[in-house]
Design a binder for this molecule. Structure first.
Ligand SMILES: C[S@@+](CC[C@H](N)C(=O)[O-])C[C@H]1O[C@@H](n2cnc3c(N)ncnc32)[C@H](O)[C@@H]1O
Length: 249
């Protein structure tokens, strides 16, 4: 799949949102840079990453992983990057991490959520940033659809749903014009379920949580068919559940 800026205008838009929201000077990062490592290039330019940052670069696809290694090498990240060529959830993260940009393209699985849970224990301090992108509204199937069905009557779900009211969906036309439209009710429910699941995954920590919803579109196909509704969720300003700052600074 092509993640270039020219055919996927919203991908660039979202990458820029991540760069604007993210703290600078990260020491250890976990990312999914894909074949062109455009996120790594942008984060280097913005001072989020530096050539001293230790980077876990994850890629399931073999050919894409090869291209990714070359792109990282050209960016000067070769010596500090560890490539994980396999499913993300098979990577055991041992070190403390201050940036996780988990740019999933799929709807999220139990294994991936368990893996994010394992990363939660490695979050290095209040200045860490975690970004997760996931597909929304997976036609009523998969982990989040089951999760939504199981919690939709619960008070905490209703509270989460109240928090996402007013969330627009950012869309793009085939000529590349970006615009916002009101999100549909199923979108808001799917988003609330993902937010709640992430709260549970990071239980034991308090944090702020922001999100955007966008309809990802590859304009090179000349049709809007195949566009996918995605969420980007940002967790930051981490504190312990006892409201005491962990001694991370
Ligand atoms: C959305 S793209 C990354 C785009 C990139 N972050 C950027 O800003 O241009 C996701 C990449 O990660 C890979 N990927 C997605 N989910 C994965 C998973 N669970 N395990 C390993 N690789 C995954 C995909 O093959 C794809 O190349």
């Amino acid at each position: 799949m092509d993640w270039s800026d020219t055919t996927r205008p919203l991908k660039a838009h979202v990458r820029n949102l991540v760069a604007e929201a993210c703290g600078k000077g990260k020491k250890r990062a976990i990312m999914f840079p894909a074949g062109q490592a455009l996120d790594v290039a942008l984060f280097l330019a913005k001072g989020i990453l530096s050539k001293r940052t230790k980077l876990h670069a994850i890629e399931a696809d073999k050919d894409t992983a090869r291209q990714m290694w070359l792109a990282l090498f050209k960016l000067g990240m070769g010596p500090k990057a560890k490539i994980h060529n396999g499913p993300a959830h098979e990577l055991s993260v041992e070190e403390e991490t201050d940036l996780a940009f988990l740019d999933f393209c799929g709807p999220g699985t139990r294994e991936e959520m368990d893996w994010i849970h394992s990363i939660a224990s490695k979050i290095s301090g209040p200045k860490a940033d975690v970004f997760v992108t996931l597909k929304l509204n997976n036609r009523g199937a998969g982990f989040f659809a089951d999760f939504l069905r199981s919690i939709s009557g619960a008070p905490e779900f209703k509270m989460e749903l109240a928090k996402v009211q007013g969330t627009p969906t950012t869309k793009v036309t085939l000529d590349g014009t970006v615009f916002n439209e009101e999100s549909t009710e199923p979108t808001k429910r799917a988003l609330a379920a993902q937010r709640l699941a992430l709260r549970q995954v990071f239980s034991g920590l308090r944090f702020n949580m922001e999100h955007v919803v966008y309809r990802d579109l590859d304009t090179s196909t000349g049709k809007t068919q195949g566009s996918r509704e995605m969420s980007l969720i940002h967790l930051h300003n981490f504190r312990s559940a006892q409201d005491r700052l962990l001694d991370w600074q």
